[in-house]
Write a protein that binds this ligand. Structure first.
Ligand code: NAP
Length: 253
């Protein structure tokens, strides 16, 4: 049975991705920074008959937590086939009237950037580096970086882009940084069977955006699963968002 680790899988898109990969016959390590929430999520899936799952405490901002998760998973398996770096935050605050406080380039404090980068950038790097040895033992290792089309510098420089006016210097730049990490990692592993792609799930109704997203977690997870299951003849080091480009899915960095 092939094995997958998904970070931030106790809810939202990560949770639905766990469900779809279980349905596809994978064994799922469900990463959750709260073990209690992770176990609760795993129990729910087990109640649906999806039993090849266990919750793993994994806070992507915490080195000790990642080390413990790596040790625990390493005691159970010699091989990891798929890593989905899904955990993410926006750092966006709300005004009292429910409107978003804009993350302006001019005056958003560096502390806000640091907090978001800890999860969305350094967290991904930490987890990827910690699990790379297990992934290298797979015949078909896959890494999906859950990015956002909002991290596309090309799109955000285009006044005709539909989200051109939806700027937000912190979250958007964190995903741009993640994208460049993806390109570098894919390049370094280009002569192997690794397929490493950045995938935007599309604007999806989850806690991340206070449920203002328009898409479903089912569609979002399907988009991630597609690149988690990409064949050995598939691409690596690319950026996809089917919401932005329904034809080929590929979008500019
Ligand atoms: P969500 O429902 O808020 O879920 C985010 C998940 O990340 C939760 O499980 C959360 O855990 C976890 N997480 C946050 N910080 C963590 C940490 N330090 N360590 C481990 N886990 C952590 O959001 P979502 O919409 O499913 O987002 C999933 C991914 O999709 C994110 O990377 C996001 O940037 C990306 N994305 C989402 C949208 C969208 O419209 N929803 C669009 C583009 C990209 P807790 O429950 O403990 O907080």
């Amino acid at each position: 049975m092939k094995k997958v680790l998904i970070t931030g899988a106790n809810k939202g898109i990560g949770y639905e991705t766990a469900r779809q990969l279980l349905q596809a016959g994978f064994y799922v390590y469900l990463g959750s920074r709260s073990l209690e929430n992770g176990m609760h999520a795993a129990e729910e899936l087990k109640r649906e008959g999806l039993t090849a799952i266990e919750a793993v405490q994994l806070d992507v901002t915490n080195d000790a937590s990642i080390k413990d998760a790596r040790r625990l998973i390493g005691e159970k398996t010699d091989v990891l086939d798929i890593l989905i770096n899904n955990a993410g935050i926006t750092g966006v605050q709300l005004h009292e009237d429910g409107t978003f406080v804009p993350q302006t380039a001019i005056d958003t404090a560096v502390e806000v950037y640091k907090e978001v980068y800890e999860t969305n950038v350094y967290g991904v790097i930490r987890v990827t580096q910690a699990f790379l040895d297990l992934l290298k033992k797979s015949a078909e290792p896959r890494i999906v970086m859950v990015s956002s089309s909002q991290g596309s510098i090309t799109l955000h420089s285009d006044p005709y882009y539909k989200y051109y006016n939806h700027k937000g210097s912190v979250y958007l730049s964190s995903k741009s940084a993640l994208n460049m990490y993806t390109v570098n990692l894919a390049y370094e592993l280009r002569d192997t069977n690794f397929k490493i792609n950045a995938v935007s799930p599309g604007f999806t109704k989850t806690d991340l955006n206070h449920n203002r997203g328009t898409g479903t977690v089912q569609d979002a997870a399907k988009r991630l699963v597609k690149y988690a299951l990409i064949g050995n003849d598939g691409v690596t080091g690319k950026f996809f968002c089917e919401e932005t480009n329904p034809e080929t899915g590929e979008i500019p960095w």
